[in-house]
Design a protein around this ligand. Structure first.
Ligand code: A3P
Length: 296
């Protein structure tokens, strides 16, 4: 498929050993030296772990559940993507942030060691969303098929191995989830799971509310649960990325709001792939005990 002149599938270049899209690597200084305000909120995830969902929940909490206020602009404008560059974005994340007043909701996929140090110096609140490896992988595979800025995913079987070897954009899922997990107490990071958000959205939204020192009524929490259901977000043009041109997000492959479920991996992994993946997972995760659920 031919992509538009401005969007190409950017090759990956390692930054301190982590493969990032080449223009992120080339603009690394401007990202690394970014200075947030202490009031800024960082939303950190491995790609496809539920970033957009968390962004919507946090925006609604900050606006006391006001749906119209949270439709003021698309997600990427309301909550800038720190390390993104132009192209594919119309303006880089750092430039967009400089034009906004704090407090800002800042999205990043950077592993913890690549987060600009000023976030920790300023003790910015940080919410990390983690998703089980197999569903995260499946979601990333579809995303890499449709997102014309990401490297070609290639065939499924090879993609599984690239994920296991940490060769996809933003690097190793294993190192990513472990990096934030082991630092969560020391750096006061709220660590939440996609699967828990599916299973009990109300409880997880309340955890985020308390972490952010906010207080909204039970009725508003109920409204936020409803407004951030997969179905409602899929239909919300300010939350579903439908404004992105098809030369960038090719909707003929799949939509950004693809499926939104736990356990879709069972429709993609063969029993052999699943066994091989699980054996490798044991090795890569042996030094931590992060309670991921692969089915709910
Ligand atoms: P699937 O590809 O499995 O459908 P990110 O925002 O980090 O890019 O993650 C995108 C993934 O989160 C996609 O997963 C998307 O469908 C899912 N998602 C987005 N909003 C959701 C919601 N409100 N509820 C459940 N899943 C959601």
């Amino acid at each position: 498929r031919k992509s538009s002149a401005s969007i190409t599938r950017f090759p990956l270049i390692p930054v301190k050993g982590v493969p990032l899209r080449n223009n992120i690597a080339e603009n690394w200084d401007s990202i690394w030296t970014f200075r947030p305000d202490p009031s800024d909120i960082l939303i950190a995830t491995y790609p496809k772990a539920g970033t957009t969902w968390a962004q919507e929940i946090i925006d609604l909490l900050l606006h006391n559940g006001d749906a119209e206020a949270c439709k003021r602009a698309p997600t990427a404008v309301r909550s800038p993507f720190l390390e993104t560059c132009s192209p594919p974005a119309t303006i880089s994340g750092v430039e967009r942030l400089k034009k906004m007043d704090p407090p800002r909701m800042i999205k990043t996929h950077l592993p913890i060691q690549l987060v600009p140090p000023a976030f920790w110096e300023n003790k910015c609140k940080t919410i990390y969303v983690a998703r089980n490896a197999k569903d995260n992988l499946v979601s990333y595979y579809y995303f890499d098929c449709m997102n014309q800025a990401q490297p070609e995913p290639g065939p499924w079987e090879g993609y599984v191995h690239k994920f296991m070897r940490g060769e996809l954009a933003w690097g190793s899922w294993y190192d990513h989830v472990k990096g934030y997990w082991t630092e969560k107490e020391k750096r006061n990071i709220l660590y939440i799971f996609y699967e828990d958000m599916k299973q009990n959205p109300r409880r997880e939204i309340e955890r985020i509310m308390r972490y952010l020192d906010l207080s909204v009524s039970d009725e508003v929490i109920s409204r936020i649960v409803e407004l951030t259901s997969f179905k409602n977000m899929k239909e919300n043009p300010m939350a579903n990325y439908s404004h992105v041109p098809t030369s960038f997000f090719d909707n003929s492959v799949c939509s950004f709001m693809r499926k939104g479920e736990v356990g879709d991996w069972t429709n993609h992994f063969t029993p052999e792939q699943s066994k091989m993946f699980d054996e490798d997972y044991e090795k890569q995760m042996k030094d931590v005990n992060i309670p991921f659920k692969t089915l709910i």
